[in-house]
Design a protein. Structure first.
Length: 204
């Protein structure tokens, strides 16, 4: 009886050991599967992360290209200074030779006192076939007042004339700018003007 009991105990122990071994083997298989699944999941996760990174780089590159195009478009759209020349009627310019030249001799360096006169000798040299009379005048520039000279005509057969310049009591003082003796004449069917600069200084 004791021997049978001992055999039963040994059989149960062997069965328990077998069950434990099977459980351990199954657990080892499950652990291996979990590790494999984890490794596969990591590979999948790494691939997804790389794909996301590549997509982000592509998006940034596309945005940079778009920004560059917008900047270029804005620069092209800015207003630029453009010289516009509207159509106009043609201008005909006729170049004519001077019919005469002038020489003016101003005494005393052109110094003239108010209330006095200055006799300016003018010599005319006719050119380019001109043979007519010449009228001498004294045009006043803007801002110059109370200075007068009666017109003097130099006949066709003469070459000299004297222009008498008179300074009134309110004549503009100082060195007078842009003063000229002007000769008028008819030349080639039109009035021609020839100016000769002169120096005049008015004092009290």
């Amino acid at each position: 009886a004791d021997t049978k009991k001992a055999a039963d105990v040994a059989a149960k122990a062997a069965a328990a050991a077998k069950t434990a071994a099977a459980t351990a083997a199954k657990k080892a298989v499950d652990t291996k599967k979990v590790a494999a699944d984890a490794a596969a999941a990591k590979v999948k996760s790494d691939a997804a992360a790389k794909k996301a990174t590549d997509k982000d780089k592509a998006v940034k590159a596309t945005k940079a290209a778009a920004d560059k195009e917008v900047t270029a478009a804005n620069a092209a759209a800015k207003a630029k200074n453009v010289n516009a020349f509207p159509p106009s009627a043609p201008i005909i310019v006729s170049i004519r030779n001077n019919p005469a030249t002038l020489k003016a001799d101003v005494p005393g360096g052109g110094n003239l006192k108010r209330g006095a006169k200055l006799a300016v000798k003018v010599t005319v040299t006719r050119t380019n076939g001109f043979t007519g009379p010449v009228t001498l005048t004294l045009p006043l520039p803007p801002g110059i007042t109370d200075l007068k000279a009666a017109a003097v005509t130099i006949a066709a057969d003469k070459t000299e004339g004297v222009l008498s310049i008179a300074a009134g009591p309110k004549a503009t003082e100082g060195g007078l700018a842009n003063m000229v003796v002007r000769a008028k004449m008819q030349y080639d069917g039109r009035e021609a003007l020839v100016d000769q600069p002169i120096t005049i200084k008015v004092a009290k």
